[in-house]
Design a protein. Structure first.
Lengths: 218, 157
């Protein structure tokens, strides 16, 4: 929420917290502005109940929608991809958590599960797929190879020692390969992370579509 | 056919090509003259008594003072197997390509070139097959040192 009523625009990150803060003040100490906000909020809530509207902070709605509808890009590089397929199969069924819509194009996806060994030859392609995804986008590093090179860490002349050398990684899922349950847990950790997002923070970091940050060098 | 019979037949047909042979190992092998590699493989494939229809593997071995190219062959109709070894100099190793005799050799020779740096003369497409085209060096050589970075991505663990 952005408060435009004062001399300068003020970013109010969470409406519910702001209302709480005002309510905790003694009524005499409230400014005229704060009184108006309270009245307006009560009005919205009352009218909303009458018309069966649900009033919730915008963040809560956005984050709820994002956390429960990840669209991963179909991107398997090695044996981890087999486990990623298993996660989509009936026994684990990642679709229960809304993340089962594996897209064949990065332009329709917002989650990249890097499933398998990233070689130096593959690295530019990985980067390109990531760059083609729309914001907000998330990266999950699945398995030992993508976390730090795994079995190729010492003598693997051809392996990128961790995909975080070329992409910003949100969640690391260890294992060689991780079991489907581990990947599901990775998804839940990513959901936790998404629930921490606020639109104000995304605004500051330039992750809103009209204020896009330049992609990482690589 | 027993390994010794194969050696005898090979020696009687191409006496110049065969240098030594060993039947005691798990896979009997013949050391051949690299200059005769094409005629040896043509004979092994076409001779009705030998009939090696299948080239299983072409690979290279870095023996420090020299390179070895190893061919593994199998006959499906006679059920026998043999390995051929050709010794090459360590500087600038060259050997004739057998891709025209056994099409299976095409990618095997490219892989051997990619990882060992052995050049197969007369190959239709002598390029790297696994590593990027601009990669430096041949990683399976004993004196290979891995690059510190590739295209700006560091190779440190």
């Amino acid at each position: 929420m952005i408060d435009l009523s004062g001399d300068k625009p003020r970013v109010v990150t969470r409406l519910d917290r702001e209302i709480d803060r005002i309510r905790r003040k003694a009524s005499a100490a409230r400014t005229e502005q704060e009184n108006r906000i309270l009245t307006l909020f009560d009005q919205i809530c009352d009218e909303g109940l009458e018309r069966n509207l649900l009033v919730a902070p915008l963040d809560l709605v956005f984050n709820w929608a994002r956390a429960w509808s990840f669209w991963p890009v179909t991107f398997g590089l090695a044996c981890c991809a087999i486990e990623m397929m298993a996660v989509g199969a009936p026994k684990s069924d990642i679709d229960r958590f809304g993340a089962g819509a594996f897209r064949p194009t990065p332009r329709q996806a917002d989650l990249m599960i890097v499933a398998g060994t990233v070689t130096h030859k593959m690295a530019p392609r990985v980067k390109r797929v990531y760059d083609q995804m729309g914001e907000p986008r998330y990266v999950m590093a699945m398995g030992a190879c993508t976390i730090g090179g795994g079995p190729y860490a010492i003598h693997g002349y051809h392996v990128v020692k961790g995909v975080n050398k070329i992409l910003p990684v949100d969640v690391y899922v260890p294992g060689c390969p991780p079991r489907p349950e581990a990947l599901l847990d990775g998804l839940f950790r990513l959901q936790d992370k998404v629930r921490q997002d606020t639109i104000a923070k995304l605004w500051r970091e330039g992750f809103l579509p009209w204020k896009r940050k330049k992609s990482l060098k690589g | 056919m027993e390994a010794k019979e194969i050696f005898e037949r090979l020696k009687s047909r191409l006496p110049d090509a065969v240098r030594e042979s060993c039947a005691e190992t798990a896979e009997p092998y013949v050391v051949i003259d690299p200059a005769h590699v094409r005629s040896v493989l043509t004979l092994l494939r076409d001779d009705p008594a030998l009939r090696f229809e299948m080239l299983l593997l072409v690979t290279g071995v870095d023996q420090l003072e020299h390179f070895e190219v190893v061919y593994h062959l199998a006959s499906l109709s006679h059920g026998h197997r043999i390995a051929l070894k050709a010794t090459l100099a360590h500087d600038d190793p060259h050997i004739g390509s057998v891709a025209a005799i056994y099409p299976a050799a095409n990618w095997h020779e490219r892989e051997t070139y990619d990882l060992m740096g052995i050049v197969f003369d007369g190959h239709p497409n002598m390029r790297r097959i696994l590593l990027p085209d601009d990669w430096e060096g041949h990683p399976l050589r004993k004196d290979y040192v891995a690059p510190e970075e590739y295209h700006g991505v560091s190779n440190e663990a």
